[in-house]
Design a protein around this ligand. Sequence first.
Ligand code: NAG
Ligand code: NAG
Ligand code: NAG
Length: 389
Amino acid sequence: MKQYECMTKDSSIAAAVFVPFYAGFDIARYLWGYNISTRDAASLDLVDWLMKKPEWNVMGGRDHFLVAGRITWDFRRLTEEESDWGSKLLFLPAAKNMSMLVVESSPWNSNDFGIPYPTYFHPAKDADVFLWQDRMRSLERPWLFSFAGAPRPGDPMSIRGQLIDQCRSSSVCKLLECDLGESKCHSPSTVMKMFQSSLFCLQPQGDSYTRRSAFDSMLAGCIPVFFHPGSAYVQYTWHLPKNYTRYSVFIPEDDIRTRNASIEERLKSFHPDVVKNMREEVINLIPRVIYADPRSKLETLKDAFDVSIEAIINKVTKLRRDIIAGHEDKDFIEENSWKYSLLEDGQHTIGPHEWDPFFSKPKEKGGDSSSSSAEAAKNSWKSEQRGQN
Ligand SMILES: *[C@@H]1O[C@H](CO)[C@@H](O)[C@H](O)[C@H]1NC(C)=O
Ligand SMILES: *[C@@H]1O[C@H](CO)[C@@H](O)[C@H](O)[C@H]1NC(C)=O
Ligand SMILES: *[C@@H]1O[C@H](CO)[C@@H](O)[C@H](O)[C@H]1NC(C)=O
């Protein structure tokens, strides 16, 4: 951010205000074994300080943004119960006005935005990217599909066990099982070599919707196969095409869970030319989903940083324009945030959506939107203890 060429210290001429608070690093210290007042302390200090600054009053903080390299559920504690997960940063009134960039956002909230997980590749110049893309185009890919991950035996809704069974019994699937303490899954070369030798890479949800592996697979030129729209399609709308069929395959979880659909058959049904087009799209997306070496800047390509900053500036600019014109959307329903994020340019209205069943929530006492998200949050620590997502 310090090297961003359009940075100014004069906030009165700034399109948006960056808040250099590292919410992810802060909460990571206290997620396990600390009481809620410790977990919330820095967040409360932050908003207290921010709201006293003259910049805040210009738009009530709605032109402010910050970044946290963690999933949103670590900052969405709903109650004051000690056993509840994470901090309540994103529920603080001030934070509701700001935009937080996170690697997994909430489909039902409008103050967070999904940005790609960092991968292993941080090129310093365009030429490094072009060389990498050419390599990914020309690789032999002997495996039809592959999966790197662990089952979730404690989660009756998880389809991972079925994916692993299908992979094991297929002669065209390569499996990298990530059991407790399994270090192969943390070895960049093992994971990347497998993805680089596969046409398709399975990306089921884990303890939360998203996985860093989806970006590893795209970096390897491996077409991601998603099973839940929350794993990418409603997350990374700044970075990935809204028309997901261009770069990925979608197999609804229920097809696996209840119908035991054959992944091998589904994937074999794509004509080789279609596969080639999808892979080309994935490879062309690589620059947008990687973070260049922060010590330099890509010359002509836009990386994930550039795309994110441009998007946040556009968002604030549009908001400012709407406020001045008195055009703020009065009918906006935050719970439908995921639907708004899918609208094409020029579209304004939302309605019933084929993905409604994926995002319907059991209505609970208290009525807040995040009962299932709180569940995801509670579970999220498990993946870290297992050491993978
Ligand atoms: C959030 O923004 C609204 C609308 O601009 C404003 O009325 C409100 O005071 C802001 N909240 C805080 C905590 O500043
Ligand atoms: C989405 O992309 C696919 C494949 O590229 C194409 O056939 C289809 O027409 C596109 N759909 C829309 C709505 O643009
Ligand atoms: C699901 O399909 C696989 C083959 O794709 C088969 O081996 C397995 O037995 C099936 N499971 C059930 C429960 O039908």
